[in-house]
Design a protein around this ligand. Structure first.
Ligand code: GDP
Length: 482
């Protein structure tokens, strides 16, 4: 009770406008209550409907979570060979695929899906995901118990026989809303990875959701933020509208609600923030990410970053004529630039630029980069911890420049509640013109949404159906909430 009372007595802001439920032990997850002190209060409040739905979800999760009688009952059903009508608890089991940013976006999407379908979200926590996130729901766990009977959760893929798409293709399941639960399999795998096919994409149809509703266990893998298409499913639309009257705040609220770095990660974040960033009057984050399928030389990309920051007045220019300008620390504005990248060369170039020249504005610039891991090592836990720490550090910046296509950047902008300037993808290995654009909303982009209109039974432009779902700035075929 002691810590619960302490948490209740915290100002509303420390509980993120009511997102954080009472009942947590503060010391076991310090970030949950401290993170808000590192950034300005968000102007976006969660709706009271969202808060009431979260409290209802937490109660459901506690009733149905691991080690409860109802969980055991559901495991018995899972082993029975078919689904059952009127089970008290139904589940979505999320399994990881791709990098940490992708994983966080898909956990958030799966959680929102669980919320609107009254399911309980459980996470298949592989070794590389341990000690990253605190438990998000009080008095229970979201970690799937290790004795879960379906064993091959790490190899779920397009070809998996039990996927909804393959079950439909092989006529093992009927797209019939009147079908009985007992004639449906005990679980279905929902394949929402970027290589998904037409029958997998029927997940986003109203009729198919009525069938999926009758299946007690859904296993899900994805590497995409599929929330925007959930807003286009008629039976979810109203509920989502009530939860998020401000459409562009979905990840902002869900991300802040779900993801709290564990004390090990928080130590890195807090030490770095206090040592290097806290004193600056303005913090500019530059998230630098390149992809092998969008090649550009580091020289060209560096020039693109500088061109963007000049054009948009994000970083001061340098004065090539003056060799020395006495800056009075008490008068001049101090700006910290936080660079995140797998490589150190961009940081070195930016640092050298401000070391060798005075700024045209007299601002005092300091440049920092916490790590440069050289390679993505998603199966390594300590590597993921650092990635998470850097996403958080970026989210404490006042201004963000992010790389197009990168889910790593999407996480930071969403947590921060900022519309970043997005560095657009290269064309023919050269920087595009313009080098960057301002994001229209802080929401992540759904890179490969379905384009099938389930009712009209034809392909349509999903970015042109409703006012609040538009094509993304960085990924032309993608859609995002606006
Ligand atoms: P995306 O590939 O940019 O969409 O982002 P993901 O997070 O899904 O995958 C990229 C992974 O590469 C990250 O999770 C990290 O493991 C690693 N990575 C990429 N950029 C950085 C960086 O700036 N800092 C750190 N620490 N890791 C990075």
């Amino acid at each position: 009770r002691g810590s619960e009372d302490a948490a209740l007595s915290l100002p509303r802001d420390s509980r993120l406008g009511g997102l954080i439920a009472p009942g947590f032990d503060e010391q076991s997850c310090i970030s949950r209550y401290q993170s808000c002190h590192f950034r300005k209060p968000t102007p976006h409040s969660p709706s009271s409907y969202l808060l009431s739905r979260l409290r209802k979800y937490e109660a459901l999760h506690k009733r149905c979570g691991p080690n409860t009688a109802l969980y055991r009952k559901s495991i018995t059903q899972l082993n029975s060979g078919h689904s059952m009508n009127l089970m008290e608890c139904n589940y979505v089991v999320w399994a990881p695929f791709n990098g940490l940013g992708n994983r966080m976006l898909t956990i958030a999407s799966a959680f929102l899906y669980a919320l609107v379908t009254n399911r309980v979200l459980l996470i298949h926590q592989t070794e590389d995901l341990t000690d990253l996130f605190c438990e998000p729901f009080p008095g229970t766990s979201w970690v799937l118990p290790s004795d879960f009977p379906v064993k091959d959760l790490s190899s779920l893929r397009l070809g998996t026989e039990q996927s909804y798409g393959n079950l439909l293709k092989n006529k093992k399941i009927k797209q019939d809303a009147k079908v009985m639960s007992e004639s449906l399999p005990p679980y279905v795998y929902v394949h929402l990875q970027h290589d998904y096919e037409h029958t997998d994409r029927l997940f986003f149809c109203d009729e198919d959701q009525l069938v999926l509703k009758k299946i007690n266990w859904l296993l899900l893998t994805s590497d995409m933020y599929f929330v925007p298409s959930m807003f286009l499913i008629p039976q979810f639309e109203e509920e989502l509208r009530w939860m998020f009257p401000e459409k562009e705040t979905v990840f902002h609220h869900v991300g802040r609600y779900l993801f709290h770095p564990t004390n090990a990660v928080w130590g890195m974040v807090a030490r770095y923030y206090t040592s290097y960033l806290a004193m600056a009057e303005e913090k500019v984050g530059i998230q630098i990410r390149t992809f092998s399928w969008l090649p550009i030389s580091s020289e060209n990309f560096f020039n693109q970053i500088i061109a963007c920051s000049r054009q948009e007045n994000l970083l001061p220019g340098i004065n090539l004529n003056a060799t020395f300008a006495a800056s009075r620390r008490d008068k001049a504005k101090s700006k910290a630039i936080l660079v995140t990248s797998l490589y150190s060369e961009y940081y070195e170039r930016i640092k050298s630029m401000y070391f060798e020249h005075t700024t045209a504005t007299g601002e005092i610039i300091s440049v920092y980069q916490p790590t440069h891991e050289e390679q993505q090592k998603t199966d390594k836990q300590s590597h993921n911890q650092k990635a998470l720490a850097e996403m958080y550090l970026l989210s404490y910046c006042d201004v963000l420049i992010t790389s197009g296509w990168s889910t790593f950047g999407y996480i930071s902008q969403g947590l921060a509640g900022l519309k970043p300037w997005i560095l657009l993808s290269p064309k023919d290995q050269k920087a595009p013109d313009p080098p960057c654009v301002r994001a229209m909303s802080m929401e992540p982009c759904f890179h490969a949404p379905p384009s099938y209109d389930c009712k009209a039974k034809k392909n349509v432009d999903m970015g042109a159906i409703v006012r609040h779902v538009r094509h993304c700035e960085d990924v032309g075929q993608g859609i995002k909430l606006f």
